[in-house]
Design a protein around this ligand. Structure first.
Ligand code: NIG
Ligand code: FE
Length: 411
């Protein structure tokens, strides 16, 4: 039994007894307690309240947080953290004017990453991802989803998902795995989509299910990648193995991906840079979470997702990083929250809710993480001294995190 009492917290952020998914107006309500204490026992939140109500709770350790805020760690529900190599040469191509789709069409992009990943030993991949993971935890991430999708072969996809499984075992924070075999068509299948779909359905999915390697199935539903019909087929097949869907939708074009994913009951549709009225209506009338990845829009110089329109239409919105070597090489959620406020006009309260409790929902972790709730895991961010929560997005690019606590221990 070990306990730690944190006292004099200037503001304890996102305190909730009920942890429902937040949609529309609810996103702007961020419950906080000023001048608070928090008691942690064996890695979980045992009690919290205003300092005046602290009746000499004894603890093994007392930490005085004076002047600092304490909040739930970020729940990053969309990353591609496992990859072999960065793609700096494409970064230069993009500076010179090539688009993401043009780079992909000439065999760069995802296929470039797949080539490099298939050449690399699993152990090396794991070590690279492990270093990235530790770095993200230090920047405030307390739960993360990681996708496959750079294997694009039976062996390659299994290798990636086994790396993610090993990371799950080693990691102090929860990790969810998504199978993204339908990320791009490998060159040898470029003229025979049916055969690649068959490979996913007949070989990849059964092998993945047999080892229990995935929590979710993902598809890059996009012109030039996987069509709506192909996505529908794959989601049905995934469901047979109990895999819920998290879909890359409406990133480069508005082609019905959101509607397809919502119809299939997806847990989330992610990206949403190119939403039209039908897509917004479909999303806001559903339980599917719209996960915005403003870091990708920033890096690709694209329009940002219309967060205001979606929130006004009563959609449930989450924020995630999309950390990957092609469209968002940063996994820093502090920056994601800042971009959401500055570029997508989300209020700081909305952005913080979207990056904590709703991010937890987008990974099925809402009972464990994402808010200050009795019984939840103590994965927390202690901020630097600051006057308001607004300082997090306002001082964008500066690190608001003084300390990170994972499972009740300073990391
Ligand atoms: O979420 N859009 C598709 N997939 C990733 C990018 C992957 C890559 O370029 O390597 C994304 O942006
Ligand atoms: Fe992605």
């Amino acid at each position: 039994m070990s306990s730690i009492l944190i006292t004099n917290i200037s503001r304890l952020v996102n305190t909730r007894t009920a942890t429902t998914l937040l949609r529309g107006k609810e996103l702007s309500i961020l419950p906080c307690i000023e001048n608070a204490f928090l008691l942690i026992r064996d890695g979980s939140i045992e009690n919290y309240g205003v300092m005046e109500s602290l009746d000499q709770q004894s603890a093994d350790q007392v930490f005085d947080a004076r002047g600092r805020m304490l909040m739930p760690a970020w729940c990053d529900s969309h990353t591609h953290l496992v990859f072999a190599a960065s793609r700096e040469e494409e970064f230069i191509d993009k500076i010179k004017g090539l688009s993401y789709a043009e780079i992909a069409a000439k065999g760069g992009g995802i296929l470039n990453s797949a080539r490099r990943l298939n050449e690399m030993e699993a152990g090396d991949l794991e070590e690279k991802a492990w270093i990235r993971l530790l770095d993200l935890i230090r920047s405030g991430t307390g739960a993360i989803e990681i996708k496959s999708g750079y294997g694009l072969s039976v062996e390659g996809e299994l290798k990636m998902l086994r790396v993610i499984r090993n990371l799950k075992k080693r990691s102090p924070i929860p990790i969810k795995a998504s199978f993204l075999g339908a990320h791009a068509y490998p060159l040898e299948f470029i003229n025979d989509h049916k055969a690649y779909l068959k490979l996913i359905v007949d070989e990849m999915l059964p092998a993945i299910a047999k080892e229990g390697l995935a929590d979710y199935i993902d598809v890059f539903c996009e012109k030039g990648f996987f069509s709506n019909e192909e996505t529908e087929i794959l989601l049905k097949e995934g469901k047979k193995y109990g895999l819920d869907a998290k879909i890359h939708a409406n990133q480069l074009s508005s082609s019905g991906a959101v509607e397809t994913a919502v119809k299939a009951g997806a847990i989330s549709v992610d990206h949403l840079e190119t939403m039209d009225e039908n897509a917004i209506r479909s999303l806001s009338g559903s339980d599917t979470i719209g996960t915005l990845l403003p870091g990708a829009a920033f890096f690709l110089r694209m329009n940002y997702p219309p967060a205001r329109e979606m929130i006004n239409a009563n959609a449930a919105i989450a924020l995630a990083s999309d950390m990957n070597p092609g469209s968002c090489p940063s996994g820093n959620m502090n920056l994601v929250v800042a971009l959401a406020c500055i570029q997508c006009r989300m209020l700081p309260e909305e952005a913080i809710n979207a990056a904590t409790i709703n991010g937890a929902w987008a990974m099925g972790l809402q009972e464990e993480l994402g808010s200050i709730t009795i019984g939840k895991k103590a994965n927390l961010i202690l901020t630097k001294p600051m006057d308001t929560l607004c300082a997090i997005p306002y001082f964008f690019g500066t690190n608001p995190v003084e300390k990170v606590m994972i499972n009740g221990e300073f990391f």
